[in-house]
Ligand binder design. Structure first.
Ligand code: PAF
Length: 285
C-alpha cells in the first residue's frame, strides 16, 4: 500500500492507473478508522480495480467551539487497518498541503446545508463540500463511497456532484452498527461506560418511531413527541434536534408518507451523536 503526503504524488499514481484502464474507487475519511469506514473500503474494493482512501481531519468543517483539536487521530493504526482490507493508496496530507492561506474559494450547497445538522453547525457543510470537492479534484475517482449514517451529507454530496458536473458515481453504504444497535462513530470513543449505555437512546428512539409507523401512525408531530419523550427519559441525553423529513429535499413532513428520513442529533454528555432511519411508507389510495 502506498502512503502519500503530497497532492502531486496522488495525482501521478492515479494518472498512471487510469492510463492502464483501471477504475478508481475513493473513500474520504477523517481517520480513526472503524468498522463503518472499513465497510466503505470493502465495498470500494469490490467495485473497483484501485482503492484510494484519504485520511484528513478537515479543520473547515468544525465549528470554532467544536472538537477539532481533540478529534481522535491514530495514523499508524489506520494504515494497518486500510492495508488489511486491500487499500492501494492512502492520502494523508498535512493541513498546509490542502489549504493555502491565500485560498478564497469555498463550495456551498444552498438550502440542503441549512437544514437538520446545518442549524446547529452553520459552517459544517460548506467545510465538507469544499474539502470533498478538493479531494475529488485531487484523486479524480470513478466512484466515491459515503456512509448512510451521515444521511444529510450524502444528499448534499450527491447534489454537489450533480450541480458541479463531477463525473463521479456516489455510492452509499448502510450504517454500521454495534451489536446492540448503536451507530458506529469515531466520536463513540469519547463516551464513558454510563454514556455508552445512554447513547443507545438514539437507536432505541428511532426503533420506537419505526414501530409506531408500522402500526399505522402517520402524524409526524405525534411520532416526534414520542421520540422526544424517550430521549428526555435518558438523564445523560440532551436532544439537539429530531426531524421527520422527505429523503430527497429534507423538507419537514407533517404526514409520514413516501420516502421518509427520521434524523436526530443528541448530546450524550459532551458528545454530539447522530443517527437516522429511512423508511418507505406506502400511501393509501
Ligand atoms: O464523513 C466524513 O468523515 C467527512 O465529513 C469527510 C467526508 C471525510 C470530509 O471531511
Amino acid at each position: 500500500m502506498e502512503v502519500c503526503r503530497q497532492i502531486n504524488e496522488v495525482r501521478e499514481f492515479v494518472k498512471e492507473q487510469k492510463r492502464e484502464g483501471q477504475e478508481v474507487g475513493f473513500v474520504p475519511t477523517m481517520g480513526y478508522l472503524h468498522q463503518g469506514h472499513l465497510s466503505l473500503m470493502k465495498e470500494a474494493r469490490k467495485d473497483n480495480d484501485i482503492v484510494v482512501v484519504s485520511i484528513f481531519v478537515n479543520p473547515t468543517q468544525f465549528e470554532p467551539d467544536e472538537d477539532y483539536e481533540e478529534y481522535p487521530r491514530d495514523l499508524e493504526r489506520d494504515l494497518k487497518l486500510a492495508a488489511e482490507v486491500g487499500v492501494d493508496l492512502v492520502f494523508a496530507p498535512e493541513v498546509e498541503e490542502v489549504y493555502s492561506t491565500q485560498s478564497l474559494t469555498t463550495v456551498q450547497v444552498a438550502d440542503l446545508s441549512d437544514r437538520l445538522c446545518g442549524e446547529s453547525r452553520p459552517n459544517h457543510f460548506t467545510g465538507v463540500c469544499t474539502i470533498v470537492s478538493k479531494l475529488f479534484n485531487i484523486v479524480g475517482p470513478d466512484r466515491a463511497y459515503f456512509g448512510q449514517k451521515d444521511a444529510q451529507q450524502v444528499l448534499i454530496i450527491k447534489r454537489l456532484v450533480k450541480d458541479l458536473n463531477f463525473e463521479i458515481e456516489i455510492v452509499t453504504v448502510p450504517i454500521a452498527r454495534e451489536k446492540d444497535g448503536l451507530a458506529i462513530s469515531s466520536r463513540n470513543k469519547y463516551l464513558n461506560e454510563s454514556e455508552r449505555e445512554a447513547a443507545l437512546v438514539l437507536y432505541n428512539s428511532l426503533q420506537l418511531a419505526k414501530k409506531l409507523i408500522i402500526a399505522g401512525e402517520k402524524n409526524a408531530e405525534i411520532i416526534k413527541t414520542k421520540i422526544v419523550e424517550r430521549i428526555k427519559g435518558e438523564p445523560l441525553a440532551e436532544l439537539d434536534y429530531v426531524e421527520i423529513v422527505d429523503q430527497n429535499t429534507l423538507a419537514s413532513l407533517s404526514e409520514v408518507k413516501n420516502k421518509v428520513l427520521i434524523a436526530l442529533a443528541v448530546y450524550i454528555g459532551q458528545t454530539r451523536l447522530i443517527d437516522n432511519i429511512m423508511l418507505e411508507v406506502e400511501t393509501e389510495c
